[in-house]
Design a binder for this molecule. Structure first.
Ligand SMILES: NC(=O)c1ccc[n+]([C@@H]2O[C@H](COP(=O)([O-])OP(=O)(O)OC[C@H]3O[C@@H](n4cnc5c(N)ncnc54)[C@H](O)[C@@H]3O)[C@@H](O)[C@H]2O)c1
Ligand SMILES: N[C@@H](CC=O)C(=O)O
Length: 485
């Protein structure tokens, strides 16, 4: 059942500036809060994906020759289009993703901000003059677009994970093939509606709905596709890296996290509690930078848990369209079962479980926020990304000990530390093996930051001044001595 107030909902893929269907396969997309079917999208077949690759390839030869100013103008027109449809986009996102409407509005702003950022950044991508040993010789570098970029994105941030990549790619002069998550294709299609209106209607931006596996097979094997940028789970990322090896693609990987949130004994407790709540519960815990493990100094441990639990238990859990709710549904029932199994495993191993009863959940895809106190490294909550409102907390005594515990993971995306002492800040900054460290804040993202992880959390950086580099090659030139005149 489609909400009459939702506009921009279109049930087609967008390829080469045309709206495309399939003869047979169409996939239903539902509202995770209610289970109601919102609409259907085509599952493009292999030949249609190949057509899309050709469309992006053809478009590349023209797009790469446009000026940086022309590319910026189109990105800015797209940005304004997103701004003018902010509420429609936000409602569409809450409908298919489930996140609370206030967070959906924030994500629309965040997603649009990448279009503006890279419109500006594209005009500043510069090569260099190099000093030559022979003064009659000119050496330098040019920056050139890599080529067609294939982009695969997850469902948790259905607009921003697309624009963070696409805006950088288009600004660099690349063309793009986007395969959005099957759970949230309508946000991507809405972006295509607005891209078309902004004049990106010649194959520069293509949205291919359907199976990720088939899309990956076609683009990875195809030499016309020169880059693959992926955001999603570490396991799928590894597989895509293997698949990209045969055609030696430029790859960028934004993968899973296991963020530690460390609270030292010198901070204002309420500020730290507020930070932890925000770092844990945004997007109902389904955030790659969500706090996945809380470490609190033993001297304030029980007090912290009590205050955190009070605030957590007051949070509204329910349909994201109700502004009173801060926690919406999880994307699948499987995610609820996984959260429950993490909690059960910890309980069996001696953790204290706190929170409202799961029987109070307003539907089958809701998980009531739950504290897992006194977790140990042997429990699954310590090593697995919960992607749910599950809050493992344990006490620590010593800074070195907590740095080691925080680093004891294959992941290295975001980390957070609350302390007001300078020496401690320096120690944590150096000691934490993470791509991003928030000190006394969990509000660490934006178009201007180099977002990304170390270890098995990824390769490369998105956003900031580095984001465009993922889509640029450096061409070195050497102009030899020439007769003058
Ligand atoms: N580092 C970051 O910036 C970042 C941001 C958001 C999410 N994530 C991570 O994403 C994960 C959650 O997202 P998810 O469940 O959508 O991840 P996922 O890896 O299951 O899916 C991501 C995308 O890959 C596609 N896909 C799935 N299997 C595929 C295959 N075999 N071949 C090709 N494509 C395939 C999906 O359709 C989807 O579009 C979490 O681990 C989270 O931490 C990371
Ligand atoms: N929260 C991240 C996206 C990861 O899921 C961001 O801010 O970009």
């Amino acid at each position: 059942m489609t909400d009459d107030r939702i506009t921009l909902l279109r049930e087609q893929a967008y390829v080469g500036g045309r709206w495309v269907d399939t003869a047979n396969a169409r996939r239903a997309v539902d509202d995770p809060a209610t289970g109601d079917v919102i609409g259907h999208v085509p599952e493009l077949e292999a030949l249609q994906i190949d057509d899309a690759i050709e469309a992006a390839h053809q478009a590349f030869s023209a797009w790469r020759r446009t000026s940086a100013v022309e590319r910026a103008d189109k990105l800015l027109a797209w940005y304004r289009g997103m701004q003018s449809r902010r509420e429609d986009l936000a409602r569409l996102m809450t409908l298919e993703q489930g996140k609370p409407i206030a967070e959906a509005r924030d994500e629309v702003d965040y997603a649009a901000s990448f279009l503006r950022w890279f419109a500006e950044e594209g005009r500043r991508s510069q090569g260099a003059n190099l000093p030559a040993e022979n003064p009659q010789v000119a050496l330098g570098t040019l920056k050139e677009p890599v080529g067609v970029a294939a982009i695969i994105t997850p469902w948790n941030f259905p607009l921003a994970m697309i624009t963070r990549k696409v805006a950088a790619a288009l600004a660099a002069g690349c063309t793009t093939l986007v395969k959005p998550a099957s759970e949230t294709p309508f946000c991507a299609i809405a972006l295509a509606v607005l891209a078309e209106q902004a004049g990106l209607n010649n194959g520069e931006f293509n949205v291919i709905t359907g199976q990720g596996k088939l899309f990956a097979e076609r683009v990875c094997a195809d030499t016309r596709v020169r880059a693959l940028s992926f955001t999603g789970s570490t396991s799928v990322g590894k597989q895509l890296l293997r698949q990209s090896a045969d055609t030696v693609k430029c790859t960028a990987m934004e993968l899973g996290g296991n963020a530690p949130f460390i609270v030292c004994d010198d901070v204002d407790l309420d500020t730290a509690v507020e930070g932890a709540l925000a770092a844990k519960f945004q997007t109902s815990g389904q955030d790659c930078i969500a706090a996945n493990r809380l470490f609190v100094h033993r001297s304030i441990y029980e007090e912290f848990i009590q205050r955190f639990a009070e605030r957590m238990n007051a949070m509204g859990v329910g349909n994201g369209f109700d502004e009173a709710n801060a926690i919406g549904p999880l994307i699948h029932e499987d995610a609820v079962q996984k959260a429950q199994s993490l909690v059960d495993d910890a309980r069996q191993q001696g953790a204290r479980i706190m929170g409202r009863e799961q029987s109070e959940a307003p539907g089958p895809r809701f998980f009531m926020p739950t504290i897992v106190a006194d977790f140990t490294p042997a429990m699954r909550v310590s090593s697995e990304e919960s992607f749910a409102p599950v809050v493992p907390i344990r006490a620590f005594d010593d800074d070195d000990e907590v740095i080691d515990a925080a680093n004891d993971t294959i992941h290295g995306l975001a980390s957070y530390v609350y302390t007001h002492r300078d020496a401690r800040i320096r120690k944590f900054l150096r000691g934490l093996e993470y791509g991003m460290v928030g000190i006394n804040t969990m509000d660490i993202t934006g178009p201007h930051v180099p977002f990304g992880g170390v270890k098995q959390s990824g390769l490369g950086r998105e956003g900031g001044h580095l984001g465009i580099e993922e889509y640029l090659e450096t061409k070195y030139y050497c102009v030899g001595e020439m007769p003058i005149g």
